[in-house]
Ligand binder design. Sequence first.
Ligand code: ZN
Length: 60
Amino acid sequence: MVDPTSDLGEDVTEDDAPRCEVCGEPIVSESTHRVVTWTEDDQVETAHFCDDDCRSDWDP
Ligand SMILES: [Zn+2]
């Protein structure tokens, strides 16, 4: 559910925040949020990370 009065990416609650691929924590801080996208079998895959440390720890 998106609240039309708030900008996307702000006021993200834990329920609709993406989960970090490494530590599984909900990502509520946009300032350190990292996203990696790639294509696999013509599908776009997306991985979210809470910060650069988790991003560098990730082993797909
Ligand atoms: Zn993490």
